[in-house]
Design a protein around this ligand. Structure first.
Ligand code: FAD
Length: 475
C-alpha cells in the first residue's frame, strides 16, 4: 500500500459513513488498547458504520486499497484479537452503532439482533418479552453479541445451554470481498451442505464480519437457586458434579469451582463481600439450580442433593442462598476473582479445558510441576468445572516483582502448563479464543493436519489476507 492511497481511502470511508464516524485523531485508546492492557496498537482510522450496506462498502473500499481490517465489538476480548497492530496501517471496524433488535419470533423462540448489541441489552430484551437468553459472562455489560459469536464465548451457563455457537441459528455476514451473506435463518434443521454459520462462529474476525445473528430463546425458569459448598478436594468436586447431574438433571445451570487461594484474594481485596466457608476447605463450589416448577421444588431438590453429598463426604459444609440478593452476592464473589487477581498484581492467565474426569489428576500433576520449577509460585485456580474449563492462572511469588516475573518466566510457565494440557489431551483455549496471544502456541499444539485445513479455509475465504491478519493462523 502506498501512502498516497490513505487520503483517498479515508475520503471514501467518510463518504460511506459520514465524516463523524471516521475517527483518525485524538485519543483512540478505547479502540486501540486491549482490555488487559497487554497491547497498545495504532489505527489508520476507526470507522463506525450504521448498517450492513455500509459495512459491505467499507470492506470493498479497504480491499481495493489493500488495507486490512480489525472488526471490533466491545473490546473486552482476552486474547488480544480486537485491536490493531502497531503499524498504523489497519482500519478498526467498530460495530458499536449497529445495536438494534431487528425481530423477535415468540413461536419460533428466536430473536434477531445486530452484531453491536450489548449482551446485557439482549438479555434484557429477551426478559422483557418473557424469555431467557442464557449466555452470561462477567463482561456482559460491555461485550457485544458479534464479539461473543466471533469468539464463541462460553461463560457460566454453558453446562445447560451450550456456548455462543449452540445458541446461534443464523448469521448475516459481510465477506472479505464485501458481499453480504443473508444467512439469518431461524431454522433448527438445515442440512444443505457445509455449515457456513459454524465456520464464522469462533473465527475471531479472520474470515468475515458478522453483522447480525438469529439466536435461540428459552422459557424463563420459575426459580433460580444458588448454593455454595465447601469440598475437600478437586476429586470431591467432580463427584459432587456427578451427583448434581443426577439430582438436578437439566436444572443444573451452573457449577463453578474456586480454589482457596483464589478466594483468599477476594477476601483480601474485597473484604466487604464476606466469602463463605473458604477458610475450612481447599476448594469451594458454586451451584445453580434453575427450576421450571417452583422455588419450593428447587429448594427441596437442592436439600436432597446436599444431604447426599454430605453423607458421601464429597461436601464438608454448604449454604443455600435464602433470596435473590444472597444469590447475587455469591455470584459476585465468583465474578470478582479476576479483579482480585488484578489487584494482587500482574499474572499469567491460562484458559484451558480437560475432560472433567481427568481434571483432578491434571491439577495435581501441574501444580506439582510448577512448584518444582518456581519456588513460592502462587496458583489462582477457578473456573467452569461443569464444562471442564479452568482458569489456571499463575501469580508471582509473594512479595516478588510481578513485572519481572512476567518478563522472565511467562514463556517457561506457559510451556509447562500447555505441555501438561497436551499430555491430558486438553485444549489451550477453552473459551477466550486465540487472538494474537496464542497464534504461535496454536502452531505448536494443534495438529499439522488441522492447521493445514484451517489455513486452506482462511486462504479460500480471505485470499488477500485482509481480515484481522495474523490472528489464529498466519498464511
Ligand atoms: P471484542 O473484544 O471486540 O472482539 C473479540 C474478537 O472478536 C476479536 O478478534 C474481534 O476482531 C472479533 N469480533 C468482534 N466483533 C466481531 C464481529 N461483529 N464480526 C467478526 N469479528 C468480530 N469469555 C468467555 O468466553 N467466558 C467468560 O466467562 C468470559 N468472562 C470475561 C470476563 C471479563 C471481565 C472480561 C473482560 C472478558 C471475559 N471474557 C469471557 C472474554 C470474552 O471473549 C469477551 O468478553 C466477549 O466474548 C468478546 O466480545 P466483544 O464484543 O468485547 O469482542
Amino acid at each position: 500500500m502506498t501512502s498516497i492511497q490513505h487520503p483517498v481511502l479515508l475520503e471514501e470511508l467518510r463518504r460511506i459513513t459520514g465524516p463523524a464516524h471516521v475517527l483518525c485523531d485524538g485519543d483512540l485508546s478505547a479502540y486501540t488498547q486491549d482490555w488487559r492492557k497487554r497491547a497498545q496498537g495504532k489505527a489508520l482510522a476507526v470507522v463506525r458504520p450504521a448498517s450492513v450496506e455500509e459495512v459491505a462498502a467499507i470492506v470493498k473500499a479497504c480491499a481495493a486499497a489493500g488495507v486490512s481490517l480489525v472488526p471490533q465489538g466491545g473490546n473486552t476480548g482476552l486474547a488480544v484479537g480486537s485491536v490493531p497492530d502497531e503499524s498504523g496501517t489497519q482500519v478498526v471496524l467498530s460495530l458499536q452503532r449497529m445495536n438494534a433488535v431487528r425481530a423477535m419470533d415468540a413461536a419460533n423462540l428466536t430473536i434477531t439482533v445486530e452484531a453491536g448489541c450489548i449482551l446485557q441489552s439482549l438479555q434484557e430484551a429477551a426478559e422483557k418479552a418473557g424469555f431467557l437468553f442464557p449466555l452470561s459472562l462477567a463482561a456482559e455489560g460491555s461485550c457485544t453479541i458479534g464479539g461473543n459469536l466471533a469468539t464463541n464465548a462460553g461463560g457460566t451457563q454453558v453446562l445447560r445451554y451450550g456456548n455462543a455457537r449452540d445458541l446461534c441459528l443464523g448469521l448475516e455476514v459481510v465477506t472479505a470481498q464485501g458481499e453480504i451473506w443473508h444467512g439469518l435463518s431461524g431454522l433448527r434443521k438445515d442440512n444443505t451442505g457445509y455449515d457456513l454459520r459454524d465456520l464464522f462462529v469462533g473465527s475471531e474476525g479472520t474470515l468475515g464480519i458478522i453483522t447480525a445473528a438469529t439466536l435461540k430463546l428459552y422459557p424463563q425458569p420459575a426459580a433460580r437457586l444458588t448454593a455454595w459448598a465447601a469440598v475437600p478436594s478437586m476429586e470431591a468436586a467432580v463427584t459432587l458434579l456427578g451427583l448434581a447431574h443426577r439430582h438436578l438433571g437439566a436444572g443444573l445451570t451452573g457449577f463453578e469451582v474456586m480454589g482457596q487461594f483464589a478466594l483468599s484474594l477476594v477476601d483480601k481485596h474485597f473484604a466487604q463481600l464476606r466469602v463463605p466457608l473458604f477458610k475450612e476447605a481447599p476448594w469451594c463450589v458454586l451451584l445453580e439450580n434453575s427450576d421450571h416448577e417452583s422455588e419450593t421444588h428447587a429448594r427441596e431438590q437442592f436439600e436432597r442433593l446436599l444431604e447426599t453429598a454430605l453423607e458421601d463426604g464429597c461436601v464438608s459444609d454448604a449454604v443455600v442462598a435464602e433470596n435473590l440478593a444472597q444469590a447475587h452476592q455469591l455470584w459476585h464473589i465468583r465474578e470478582s476473582i479476576p479483579l482480585a487477581q488484578a489487584e494482587e498484581g500482574l499474572n499469567i492467565k491460562h484458559d484451558i479445558s480437560i475432560a472433567v474426569s481427568r481434571i483432578p489428576e491434571f491439577v495435581e500433576a501441574t501444580d506439582a510441576l510448577l512448584r518444582q520449577h518456581i519456588a513460592g509460585v502462587r496458583l489462582v485456580n477457578f473456573g467452569h468445572l461443569g464444562d471442564g474449563n479452568l482458569h489456571y492462572n499463575v501469580q508471582a511469588p509473594e512479595g516478588g516483582d510481578a513485572q519481572a516475573f512476567l518478563r522472565d518466566r511467562e514463556e517457561e510457565v506457559n510451556t509447562l502448563v500447555y505441555d501438561s494440557v497436551a499430555r491430558f489431551d486438553g485444549s489451550i483455549s477453552a473459551e477466550h479464543g486465540v487472538g494474537s496471544l496464542k497464534t504461535d502456541k496454536l502452531a505448536t499444539y494443534k495438529s499439522l493436519v488441522a492447521l493445514s485445513m484451517m489455513r486452506a479455509i482462511k486462504a479460500g475465504l480471505d485470499p488477500q489476507n485482509l481480515m484481522n491478519p495474523g490472528r489464529i493462523v498466519r498464511l
